[in-house]
Design a protein around this ligand. Structure first.
Ligand code: G
Ligand code: G
Ligand code: MN
Ligand code: NA
Length: 254
């Protein structure tokens, strides 16, 4: 069976799961947010990576249904965690087709309301690719911010990075792509380190939160902390976890 067809049945067959990767405060090491990451175990294809199925879903517009499921699941799970971890936020990836969907704001509002999650506890991660249409993007992001949700640019620095949108969009945070962090191990004084340092400086001035992704070692952690990164995410702290394991991780790292 083609991936596209199998994906079409994934929801009704209950083959999708939400995993969560902790994102920690660079200074205290405590979790501030968790990123929701979709996992698919297909009856026909076995485990399929989102790097493989998200582009298929995006091409066929199934991403709108899958993304809505993920959004609702994430709000449900993190609303329940508020009892033990008050203030914990959840970040959900939003693909270009979802971002452009006419009812995106309605879907977000309903997910928050149905699961009783305060809007400030939800971050929507969008990539630079969706920013191509500046006018529409500004309007969309303003609508989302008016709901009270947070907006982050994901994979910052890999797409069409423009200082123009940093100036014109009401963003809350940037997530600098892990390819920059990767280079720190071999070249702690290299070009990537300089870029990150400058982005950190920029974010302080613009009052934007800055997350470094793909942090895998203690050495990287120390360097990134020294650069003034606000938040850190990566295997050095935790992998993506199913909800029960996440809950245990949060209890152990409170
Ligand atoms: O978790 P992993 O590294 O395998 O994810 C690979 C890619 O899939 C990443 O770019 C990630 O942002 C994306 N991804 C994971 N879950 C979701 C999701 O729920 N929605 C969207 N749009 N992308 C996702
Ligand atoms: O594009 P996005 O940032 O949403 O992608 C998140 C992806 O990054 C997830 O699929 C996750 O598996 C992966 N990831 C998370 N932490 C690390 C890490 O420390 N190292 C590497 N190589 N990948 C990571
Ligand atoms: Mn992301
Ligand atoms: Na990323």
């Amino acid at each position: 069976v083609q991936l596209e067809v199998a994906l079409h049945h994934a929801l009704e067959r209950d083959e999708l799961r939400a995993h969560y990767q902790p994102i920690v405060d660079a200074r205290t090491g405590q979790a501030v947010e968790v990123e929701a990451l979709m996992r698919w175990h297909s009856r026909d294809h076995g485990p399929v990576s989102p790097a493989e199925f998200i582009p298929v879903a995006e091409d066929t517009a199934q991403i709108v249904t899958l993304g809505q499921w993920m959004l609702r699941q994430a709000c449900h799970d993190v609303a329940r965690l508020q009892r033990t971890h008050p203030g914990l936020r959840v970040a959900v990836n939003v693909s270009p087709k979802q971002f452009q969907h006419p009812d995106l704001v309605g879907m977000v509002r309903a997910a928050l309301r149905d699961h009783d999650l305060p809007p400030g506890q939800l971050t929507l991660e969008i990539t630079e690719g969706v920013m191509m249409d500046q006018v529409e993007s500004v309007r969309r992001i303003c609508e989302l911010r008016a709901l009270g949700v947070r907006v982050a640019i994901d994979d910052f620095g890999t797409g069409f990075s423009s200082l123009h949108y940093l100036k014109n969009l009401p963003l809350n945070s940037l997530k600098i792509d892990r390819t920059f962090v990767e280079q720190l191990r071999q070249h702690p004084q290299g070009v990537d380190a300089h870029i990150m340092q400058s982005v950190a400086h920029l974010c302080r001035g613009l009052d934007l939160e800055l997350t470094a992704e793909g942090v895998e070692t203690r050495e990287q952690t120390e360097l990134l902390r020294g650069m003034g990164m606000t938040l850190l995410q990566g295997w050095h702290f935790a992998r993506d976890l199913p909800i029960d394991a996440l809950s245990a991780w949060l209890d152990a790292h409170a």
